[in-house]
Design a protein around this ligand. Structure first.
Ligand SMILES: [Zn+2]
Ligand SMILES: [Zn+2]
Length: 219
């Protein structure tokens, strides 16, 4: 399982992936002083993630959103670790009782001495969130190197573009963006590749893709 480690003062971010048939990335936010950690997203197979996280003490699990490719490992991982699952309550694709703790805009998740700030970025899904840890953004499927993730309707496309413009492109240019699939980018690189106000497509995926602004994700 490919693993990439980003060490910042007081915090370590580990990228695990690509995992499974949809090439998901899962992440760990680790407090190096205590080895306490949060696991971000649970793609299948959960056994692969469990093998990759043996060395840390997982205290919480955060879902960036509940598309099936991000929760396929739920039963295996939650069953083994038994720690609370945090998720925005607007997510409805997963049974509500599988969310132990609702995460809302502006909430702060603490992992030892590390603080991860919740940014609600609806569009790709109603309860999509990003997590900001220092100058790193765990972006779920909201923002990729080429622009927004897939949106299912023109209204959802407008919403994700608004989320990105108003909530993410206001972050410092050098903020690293770690998406739920594929390669990393930065706020400035992503911003340069995306017009400030992209036209709303009539057919969101094809229009977004043909204009070269969006990564077509089928999930
Ligand atoms: Zn998704
Ligand atoms: Zn995804």
């Amino acid at each position: 399982m490919p693993i990439e480690v980003f060490e910042d003062p007081g915090v370590k971010i580990v990228k695990i992936g690509p995992i499974g048939q949809f090439a998901n990335n899962s992440y760990l936010i680790i407090d190096p002083a205590t080895n306490d950690a949060a696991l971000i997203d649970m793609p299948a197979p959960g056994e692969d993630i469990l093998a990759a996280i043996e060395a840390v003490n997982i205290k919480s699990i955060v879902l960036t959103h509940t598309h099936p490719d991000h929760i396929g490992g739920y039963d295996a991982i939650k069953g083994r670790l038994g720690v609370p699952v945090y998720c925005h309550p607007a997510e409805t694709l997963m049974a509500a009782e599988k969310i132990d703790v609702p995460l809302n805009e502006g909430d702060e998740l603490t992992i030892g001495t590390v603080v991860a700030k919740v940014i609600h970025t609806p569009g790709h899904s109603p309860g999509s969130i990003c997590l900001l840890i220092g100058n790193r953004l765990l972006a779920g499927d909201t923002l990729f190197p080429g622009g927004p993730g897939r949106s299912r309707t023109p209204e959802a496309f407008r919403q994700v573009v608004k989320s990105i413009n108003e909530r993410l492109y206001v972050l410092p240019d050098d903020t690293a963006v770690h998406p739920g699939h594929g390669a990393d980018t930065t706020i400035s690189a992503s911003n340069r590749s995306t017009p400030a106000s992209p036209p709303a497509p009539t057919r969101p995926t094809s229009a977004a893709t043909s204009s070269g602004q969006a990564v077509e994700m089928s999930f």
